[in-house]
Ligand binder design. Structure first.
Ligand SMILES: O=C(O)C1=C[C@@H](OP(=O)(O)O)[C@@H](O)[C@H](O)C1
Ligand SMILES: C=C(OP(=O)(O)O)C(=O)O
Length: 418
């Protein structure tokens, strides 16, 4: 068990290169499995979660060649696996794989680590079972066995705005016999729709539904930008610190991910962006010390900012006025119960916070004294602790800090070089 003590800094002026995007890397790798031919994934994220996906690809018999900054992936002739496929700590790997493998002929066992084995899989298993798929599980938790087969079609009304479930169902639908349709809460990050559409898959998308015609990706050449959610730790640092200017280079700026920037701007943040268009838009972000005021956070934006809510709560505590965010029950189902992780740690470092079921209420204009921050083995909580340390009066000690390897292995190295 490692721990890191992070002390306050007087001045920060820095250009920072952030690791590549986790969500897009998972997708590039997973889509390569069902592609008609070779895929090239440029700048894949090298971190534990995406390594879990990559290892599954080798177990599925993909031929993977690593070159300088890209991976070449040749899909297997026939997809099967005799060994358990280990999703590690990664919810994205599990839910996308469950969807994809359910409509491919073969038997697959999926396992995960202790944390992932407690995270709900019913949200993806149930729609597949309802549409004629076959999955054996103990109460919808990993480990599971997928008896993959050609399913007629997927027809489902999404009740939770989850990009993982939506993506799993799209992948399942691509290999069905007939046209599939997904309705309801499709308002989550849209990397899957963008990338599959760009590489030959027949998807029709509007604000109400996604129609999936049987098809396969081909000629995938995908360049992964910097991860917006990882960049958000330093965006937060830049705006909250009293004397800072931070430039973040080549960050993914897909509008279904950047709601956090829009809220910060409404709060009065000094943020400049230069946006470049691509399948996945990207660009540089410049942030400077700002005087922030809390604003109303509409419930509809929650899926867009889901991974940034711990950081937004920190902004809430240090900004003028009261901070309130509703409808965040999904946070309880991540690598840790993130509502509990926020409230316990904030209290430990001298911030007052009230948790009411699915709502967080935080008085504004507070100061971080310092103290102990328990990561609960959750990478985003460990990194939140690091940022709190830099903004504190006396420093913050982050326990179980090695979990940053899940998405951002050099996080503490960057912090120490600031
Ligand atoms: O599809 C993805 O890549 C992700 C979707 C989100 O999860 P949900 O789909 O559970 O909301 C997010 O929290 C996670 O970090 C990555
Ligand atoms: C929730 C996350 O990831 P996953 O669901 O893939 O484990 C995350 O990275 O914050």
């Amino acid at each position: 068990m490692k721990s890191e003590k992070i002390l306050p800094l007087k001045k920060i002026k820095k250009i920072i290169y952030i690791p590549y995007d986790k969500s897009i890397t998972h997708r590039g790798l997973i889509f390569s499995v069902i592609s008609k031919n070779k895929s090239v994934i440029i700048n894949p994220l090298k971190a534990l979660d995406t390594l879990s996906t990559l290892k599954i690809l080798t177990k599925l018999d993909c031929k993977i060649t690593e070159k300088n900054d890209y991976l070449e992936i040749i899909p297997p002739k026939k997809i099967f696996s005799l060994v358990p496929l280990d999703c590690g700590n990664s919810g994205t790997t599990a839910r996308l794989m469950i969807g994809m493998l359910s409509s491919l002929k073969g038997s697959f066992q999926l396992i995960g680590d202790d944390s992932l084995s407690k995270r709900p899989m019913k949200r993806i298993i149930e729609p597949i079972l309802k549409n004629g798929g076959e999955i054996i599980s103990d109460d919808n938790f990993l480990p599971i066995i997928i008896k993959g087969k050609k399913i007629k079609k997927i027809e489902y009304d999404l009740k939770i705005a989850s990009a993982q479930v939506k993506s799993g169902l799209i992948l399942c639908g691509l290999n069905c016999k007939e046209q599939s349709i997904i309705r309801g809460r499709i308002d989550s990050r849209d990397h899957t729709e963008r990338i599959l559409s760009a590489f030959n898959c027949d998807l029709q998308i509007n604000s109400k539904n996604i129609i999936i015609n049987p098809s396969r990706p081909k000629d995938i050449v995908l360049k992964i930008p910097g991860d917006f959610s990882s960049a958000s730790f330093f965006i937060t640092l830049g705006v909250l610190h009293k004397n800072a200017e931070i430039i973040l280079k080549n960050i993914g700026l897909n509008p279904s991910r950047t709601g956090y920037l829009n809220i910060l701007k409404k709060m009065g943040a000094d943020i400049e962006i230069n946006l470049k268009d691509d399948i996945e838009p990207y660009g540089d972000i410049k942030v400077r010390s700002s005087k922030l005021k809390n604003v109303n956070i509409p419930n509809e934006i929650i899926p867009n900012i889901i991974d940034e809510i711990p950081l937004l709560s920190l902004c809430g505590a240090l900004s003028q006025g009261e901070f309130k965010i509703n409808d965040i029950s999904e946070l309880r189902l991540k690598e840790s119960d993130r509502i509990r992780s926020i409230t316990e740690n904030f209290k430990n470092i001298g911030l007052k916070v009230i948790e009411k079921n699915e709502t967080l209420i935080i008085k504004g204009d507070q100061k971080i004294k310092g103290g102990i921050f328990n990561s609960f083995k959750d990478h985003r909580i460990a990194m939140l602790g690091g940022i709190c340390g830099l903004l504190s009066e006396e420093g913050v000690e982050i326990k179980d800090s090695e979990c940053v390897n899940i998405s951002f292995p050099n996080f503490f190295d960057i912090i120490k070089q600031l």
